[in-house]
Design a protein around this ligand. Structure first.
Ligand code: APR
Ligand code: PHB
Length: 380
């Protein structure tokens, strides 16, 4: 198996294949340092944690993770708790994606199986017949290639035009994300809709807070000195309760990320399978990207196992449809959360609809349960 990309999709797949005795080579264009430091999302679904733990990848995760049993929706200056565990019996875990990647890289290197960093010029050929990967002047003949190389990778563009149907929506806003060296101001995540736009309070540890602000997609980072970021977060996360305030502190990292929904169908071309961000992107409002990548490779590892054990391609042939059923459920949830919580065009009518939806979500057990079930993740 040739696996392009050492993000969560590529590395989890490589490990699940290793456990089944299936050989793979993983090719990553960045250095190990780069992928282990890159700040990304940080919420793991219940099923993701179970899968990583069952695969022997959960040792540090189990020790260091923050288990959350609820989240808050904040609007009209009041916070409303959604008791995730109370409604679903399952919880979520806060643990940075780059920490997951560190654990996965260590596990891969411990197997002694190949993982090449800083490779350049990866090209794919023979995808319908005998796939070959070329990189750095070397040639790798594979039974199958798995494109786990994210949205900007080489795998999806290697498929001839017209062979995949693309579904896409680009949102008219982006997230300015900051990592701050300050204790979280609340024990749980806070998703806030404010007249001035969306804000999110999250965390990485008892001493590191992760925060996001809705901004314009073309927002220059230079327009956001620390004082303005804290001021805007303070405004959007403010509550009527005078006892609550946002604790500020040194900002360690900042970036602006665009928001899009994107799906290709099928997630396969001949002997190339696409998994994770290479096949689909969700806006970050439901924290689903990593979880969806893990769900894909679980399906793929089981299908490959069945193929090598029996010679039967039935599960491999079902890979795309099996994954896309979950992908579209998650796309809907992420779009719904995004639409409910972001301000568009200062439109007062839309704002009233959003507030109405939020009031319904926090007051109806059925609506809250629907949010909670999707947030903790449908069973893998
Ligand atoms: N050759 C080799 N590696 C590549 C190439 C290439 N041409 N192009 C991209 N890559 C690597 C990237 O450097 C990255 O390390 O593929 C990896 C893809 O990893 P991710 O982008 O993390 O994607 P994925 O593993 O699908 O995980 C999805 O990551 O982007 C977040 O929010 C997303 O949480 C989601 C998760
Ligand atoms: C994060 O902690 O980075 C995070 C949390 C929740 C989201 C997105 C990102 O919806």
């Amino acid at each position: 198996m040739g696996i392009v990309g050492a993000g969560p999709a590529g590395l989890v797949l490589a490990h699940l294949l290793h456990l089944r005795g299936i050989d793979s080579v993983v090719l990553e264009r960045h250095t190990r340092e780069h992928i282990e430091k890159r700040v990304r999302a940080g919420v793991l679904e219940h099923g993701t944690v179970e899968l990583l733990t069952a695969a022997g990848l959960g040792e540090r995760l189990q020790r260091e993770r923050l288990v959350h049993h609820g989240l808050e929706l904040l609007f009209d200056g009041e916070g409303h708790r959604i008791p995730l565990t109370g409604l679903t019996g399952r919880n979520i875990t806060v643990y940075g994606q780059h920490e997951v990647v560190k654990d996965l890289v260590a596990a891969r290197l411990a197997t002694g199986r190949p993982l090449h960093f800083a490779v350049s010029d990866v090209t794919l050929s023979g995808l319908t017949d005998r796939p070959t990967i070329r990189f750095d002047g070397e040639t790798l003949d594979c039974d199958f290639v798995v494109g786990c190389d994210g949205f900007h990778g080489v795998s999806r563009p290697s498929v001839p035009a017209g062979a995949l149907t693309v579904y896409e929506r680009v949102y008219p806003y982006a997230w300015l994300g900051v990592l701050a060296e300050t204790p979280p101001s609340s024990e749980e995540l806070i998703y806030a809709l404010h007249e001035r736009g969306f804000a999110l309070h999250s965390m990485r540890s008892p001493t590191v807070t992760r925060l996001y602000l809705q901004v314009r997609p073309d927002e220059p980072l230079d327009d956001w000195p620390d004082a303005r970021i804290w001021d805007e977060l303070g405004t959007r996360l403010a509550r009527r309760d005078p006892a609550w305030s946002l604790t500020d502190g040194p900002i360690l990292e900042r970036s602006v990320a665009p928001m899009r929904s994107f799906v290709v169908d099928p997630m396969r071309y001949g002997r190339l399978f696409l998994a994770g961000d290479a096949a689909h992107i969700v806006p970050p409002t439901g924290a689903k990207g990593l979880n969806l990548a893990v769900a894909d490779v679980k399906v793929l590892a089981e299908a490959l196992d069945s193929f090598y054990a029996t010679g039967e391609a039935r599960l491999l042939d079902a890979y795309s449809a099996t994954c896309l059923a979950r992908v579209w459920r998650v796309q809907h949830f992420s779009w719904w959360m995004t639409s409910m919580l972001h301000r568009i065009d200062d439109d007062p009518f839309t704002l009233q609809l959003q507030l109405s939806q939020l009031r319904y979500t926090v007051s109806s057990r059925a609506a809250a349960t629907s949010l909670a079930e999707n947030y903790v993740g449908l069973p893998l």
